[in-house]
Design a protein around this ligand. Structure first.
Ligand SMILES: Nc1nc2c(ncn2[C@@H]2O[C@H](COP(=O)(O)OP(=O)(O)O)[C@@H](O)[C@H]2O)c(=O)[nH]1
Ligand SMILES: [Mg+2]
Length: 297
């Protein structure tokens, strides 16, 4: 089964199959992941932002640009609202189908729930898998901001936060967390009249306080405007000395995340629920009795 997978030669069907097997923790998947020795330093670009901000449109334009430059691109999409799958609405499907069948492009959606292991664990493992294939760049689209648990900052070398121009008040409400994770801000939908004011406010917000000055790129993704500027900003970030420091931090984050997942593997929430019910039924529920029963496993 695993031996038949020929991902290091760039066979897309093998890669799709390998991802499914890893996603479902098919027996032997851990040995398989360890056996991949081709891990190269392939730049990983994360694109995050609220639903509807234009992330997929931007990724679509970015694929076009990279393919035109002769690059091979892998795209991992972890956005439940994304049209980056074959079952999407007609317009998007037509647009994207070009890429699904393009020999230099591999696109994969990752379910946000329903697979074994945690989502972060799967994102790390699949990114490592993609690194073992002959690609030049990996793009990961995740829906971010707010309630979402999808954490891209610990995964991507360059994190792009996509926002859209909104009323001045809302920028204040923008999670300061975004400032911490963004290497590049994209203000998409710059065809909106309030775009310039928004960009100005964004710069102002960054100059107040001790936020670093993050590049802000204006784009109109559905008209392919600003894509080239974004590409330049990505290249600049990937060449910056700051990135070599970030790499150690990133790998530490990933190791930490994987250890956490592996350690939790034997902890079964259903069984905890049973034990909790017993505790509650006893009339003097003790939280530590349950914790101790499970933490030692
Ligand atoms: N007006 C305008 N619409 C855009 C722009 N970029 C994307 N859209 C539209 O916004 C909608 C959401 O885009 P999508 O890429 O699916 O957003 P995602 O949820 O962040 O992936 C789609 O209908 C796009 O065509 C833009 O720059 N300006
Ligand atoms: Mg999307």
């Amino acid at each position: 089964m695993w031996q038949e997978l020929d991902i290091q030669q760039g066979d897309k069907r093998s890669l799709a199959r390998a991802i499914t097997l890893v996603e479902n923790e098919y027996p032997g998947f851990e040995d398989y992941l360890r056996s991949l020795n081709g891990q190269k330093d392939i730049p990983v670009i994360g694109i995050t932002g609220p639903p509807g901000a234009g992330k997929s449109t931007l990724v679509d334009q970015m694929i076009r640009l990279l393919v035109e430059k002769g690059e091979r691109v892998a795209v991992l999409c972890v956005d439940p609202s994304s049209p980056f799958h074959r079952g999407a609405i007609l317009g998007d499907r037509v647009r994207m189908s070009d890429w699904y069948d393009h020999p230099s492009v591999f696109i994969r959606s990752l379910a946000t729930r329903g697979h074994f292991g945690g989502l972060s664990q799967k994102m790390i493992e699949i990114t490592e898998l993609l690194r073992s294939t002959p690609v030049d760049r990996i793009l990961i689209e995740t829906v971010g901001v707010g309630q979402s648990e999808i954490e891209i900052a610990g995964l991507a070398d360059t994190t792009i936060v996509v926002v859209v121009p909104e009323a001045g008040d809302e920028i204040q409400a923008m999670k300061s967390g975004l400032m911490e994770i963004a290497d590049i801000f994209v203000v998409n939908k710059s065809d909106r009249p309030e775009a310039d004011k928004f960009v100005k406010d964004l710069h102002m917000m960054m100059s107040n306080g001790d936020h670093p000055q993050i590049p802000v790129i204006k784009t109109i993704a559905n008209q392919n405007e600003g894509t080239l500027q974004l590409y330049d900003a990505i290249v600049e970030h990937q060449r910056s000395p700051a990135l070599s420091d970030k790499k150690a931090w990133l790998m530490t984050e990933k190791v930490w995340e994987l250890i956490q997942s592996y350690k939790m593997r034997t902890v079964n929430k259903e069984k905890i629920r049973e034990a909790v019910k017993d505790q509650l039924a006893s009339g003097k529920a003790n939280i530590y009795a349950v914790v101790d029963e499970f933490k030692a496993l």
